[in-house]
Design a protein around this ligand. Sequence first.
Ligand SMILES: NC(=O)c1ccc[n+]([C@@H]2O[C@H](COP(=O)([O-])OP(=O)(O)OC[C@H]3O[C@@H](n4cnc5c(N)ncnc54)[C@H](O)[C@@H]3O)[C@@H](O)[C@H]2O)c1
Ligand SMILES: O=P(O)(O)OC[C@H](O)CO
Length: 341
Amino acid sequence: MSQPSKEKVCLIGSGNWGSAIAKIVGRNVVKFDNYDSEVRMWVYEEIVHGQRLTDIINTQHENVKYLPNVKLPDNIVAVPDLLQTVQDATLLVFVIPHQFVKGVCEQLKGKLHPNARAISLIKGVDISNGGLNLISDMIQENLEIDVSVLMGANIASEVAMENFCESTIDRKNGEAFHKALHSPYFRVAIVDDVAGVELCGALKNVVAIGAGLIDGLKMGENTKAAIIRIGVMEMKKFSQTFYKGVKDETFLESCGIADVITTCFGGRNRRVAEARVRTGKSFETLEKEMLNGQKLQGTLTAKEVHEILKSKNMVKEFPFFTAVYRVCYEGLAPKNLVDEI
Ligand SMILES: NC(=O)c1ccc[n+]([C@@H]2O[C@H](COP(=O)([O-])OP(=O)(O)OC[C@H]3O[C@@H](n4cnc5c(N)ncnc54)[C@H](O)[C@@H]3O)[C@@H](O)[C@H]2O)c1
Ligand SMILES: O=P(O)(O)OC[C@H](O)CO
C-alpha cells in the first residue's frame, strides 16, 4: 500500500517508447524519497513465443517484442489490467499510439486517484469531436485531470542505449514530472507552450512521411532539405492558425526542429514511406511487415490534418500536408509530390 505523501508513477503504454521511458522512470523513482518505488506499466496483453508478454517482462525484465535487448529496472511491473495499473497512481504517463487514447480514457473515467495528474508523450491529434483537439486536452476533458506534454527528438532505441539527447516538457504541470523523466542522458527542458510542444510532436510525423517518400525516389539531400523546410513552415502555420498562443521559439526546441531532423533521418515513418516508393506496397501492408506490431502515426495524422483543413476550407494553403495526404490516401504518385508544393 503506497504512503499518501509519496507520488506514485504509472505508465499507460509499453510499446517502443513506453519501454524506453520505463527504463528512465524506473531508475529515477528510486533516486528520490518522494516517489513510491514500484512503477506499474500497462501492457496491452499479447502472446509472444507462447508466453504472455506481461510474464516475460516481469521475469526477464525485458520487453522482448517492443524494445528487445534492453533490460528494464526490476521495479517496473508489467500489468495487463488497466484499472489495476492506475490504482493509487498520482502521476500518469500516457504513452500509447494516438488512435487508442479514446478507448483507454473511456475505461479510466472516474477511476483515478483524486490527486492524479498526467503527462502525454503521445504524438498525434484528435478530431473525434469534429474539430481539432490536442491529445492532452482530450485526456484532460475525459478524465478531468491536469495534463502536461513531453515531446522531443527521441528515437526510443537510441534513448534506451543512453545516447545523449534532449526533450521538451511544458511548464503548466510538467514540473511535477520533470524529476521522474529527466536524466543526464535525457535532458528535459521546460517551456511555456503546451500546444506548440504537442503540435510539433504530432505534425513532424507528416513531414517524416514526405521525407521518406523523397528518400524512396532517390532525389537527394537538397530535395529532402527543401521538403523539410517547407514542412516546418506548414507545421508552424498550422499550429499558429489553430492555437493563437503558439510561440515561434518552440520550433527551435528539441520538440521542434530537432525532432523533425531525427524523424526525417532515423524514424519509422521515414523508413516505411521510403519502402512505400521502393516496393509499391501500401502503407498498411508495410506497417505490418516492417514494424512487428509498432504503429505508424504519420499517415493517420496526415488524414486528420487534412480533414480539419477541408472543414476550414484551407486545403490550398497547406500544399505539402495536402500532397502527403494525397499520396497516402488518394493514389497521388509519390513522384508527383514536389509538383504539388
Ligand atoms: N518509438 C519512438 O521512438 C517514439 C518516440 C517518441 C514518441 N513516440 C510516440 O509514443 C507513442 C507510443 O508509441 P510507441 O513507440 O511506444 O508504441 P509502438 O508503436 O512501439 O507500439 C504499439 C503499442 O500499441 C499497443 N497496442 C496495440 N493495439 C492496442 C490497442 N487496441 N489498445 C491499446 N494499445 C494497443 C501495442 O501493444 C504496443 O504497446 C506514439 O504516439 C509515438 O508517436 C514514439
Ligand atoms: O519512429 P517515428 O517516425 O515514429 O519517430 C519516433 C520519434 O517520434 C522521434 O522523436
